[in-house]
Write a protein that binds this ligand. Structure first.
Ligand SMILES: *Cc1c(COP(=O)(O)O)cnc(C)c1O
Length: 236
C-alpha cells in the first residue's frame, strides 16, 4: 500500500513530471504532444487515481490483474493499459477492461488475447515487450526474434500490433539507460519501416520515474510513471 497522498503533493509531483517532460522535449526538438504520459497506478488507491484523472492524467496502467479488477469499477473514465506480466489464463479477466496490453511477451499470450478478443467481439491493441538488456530474469522477445514475432502476431484475427515496450536493466544512473533506449528506438524504426501487413507501429513505450525524460529524448511516445507522480510505494 501507499501512504495516502495529499492533493497538494500530487499537484506538486504532477507539475514536476510535466516540467521534466517539457524540458526533455525541448532538448531533443520533439513535440510534447507526441509523448503520452501514462500513470503507473500499482498500489495507488482509487480515490487518488480519480484525483489524478480529474487533474488531467489521461492514461493509466496496472501491472497486476487482481489489483486492476479490484479498482476498475471505481475509476473515472481513462485510457487503461495493462503493463505487467500476464498469464494466459488471466487474459479473459481483463479483455473487456483495458484498451491496450503493453506487455505481450510470447506468441502463446498473443494467441490467447486474440482468442478472447474474438469471443468478446472486439480487437485488442497490443505492444510487444522487448527484453532489450537480454536479461535472464526478464520476459520479452529478444531483438532477433522480434520481426518474426510481429509477422506471426499480425496474422491473428483480433489483435492490432501498435508498437513496442521495454523495461531496460536497472542501472545506477539514469544516463546509463540511454543506450538501451537508443537500441529500442532503432528497433522500432526498423520494424516500423518494414510496414509488415496489419501492423501499425506508432507506440514506443519506455521510461519510468528514474529515466522517463531520457527515454523521451530518445524517442519514447509513451512513458510510464509511478513513483514520480504518487510517491514511493510501501509494500506491506
Ligand atoms: C511500476 C511500473 C512502472 C513505473 O515505475 P516507477 O519507477 O514507479 O515510475 C512502469 N512500468 C511498469 C511495467 C511498472 O510495473
Amino acid at each position: 500500500m501507499m501512504e495516502k497522498l495529499s492533493a497538494e503533493e500530487f499537484d506538486f509531483n504532477f507539475e514536476r513530471v510535466l516540467e521534466r517532460l517539457n524540458t526533455a522535449a525541448e532538448r531533443s526538438g520533439r513535440n510534447i504532444g507526441d509523448i503520452t504520459l501514462l500513470a503507473a497506478t500499482k498500489t495507488v488507491d482509487a480515490d487518488t487515481i480519480n484525483y489524478a484523472i480529474e487533474k488531467g492524467i489521461t492514461h493509466i496502467g496496472e501491472n497486476r490483474v487482481q489489483e486492476l479488477l479490484s479498482k476498475h469499477s471505481l475509476l473515472k473514465p481513462a485510457h487503461s493499459h495493462f503493463i505487467g506480466h500476464l498469464q494466459t489464463n488471466k487474459v479473459k479477466d481483463i479483455i473487456d477492461k483495458v484498451e491496450m496490453i503493453e506487455s505481450v511477451d510470447s506468441l502463446r499470450l498473443a494467441n490467447e488475447i486474440s482468442k478472447q478478443a474474438l469471443k468478446n467481439g472486439t480487437e485488442m491493441d497490443i505492444l510487444l515487450e522487448v527484453n532489450i538488456g537480454g536479461e535472464e530474469s526478464k520476459s520479452g522477445f529478444s531483438p532477433n526474434e522480434l520481426e518474426n514475432a510481429v509477422e506471426e502476431i499480425t496474422k491473428l484475427p483480433a489483435i492490432r500490433v501498435k508498437g513496442l515496450m521495454a523495461i531496460p536493466p536497472a542501472t545506477d544512473s539514469p544516463e546509463e539507460s540511454r543506450k538501451y533506449f537508443r537500441k529500442m528506438y532503432k528497433l522500432f524504426i526498423d520494424i516500423r519501416d518494414k510496414k509488415i501487413d496489419n501492423s501499425n507501429m506508432s507506440v514506443l513505450s519506455m521510461g519510468m520515474s528514474n529515466d522517463f525524460d531520457i527515454a523521451a529524448e530518445e524517442g519514447a511516445t509513451l512513458v510510464r510513471v509511478g513513483t514520480s507522480l504518487f510517491g514511493r510505494r510501501i509494500y506491506k
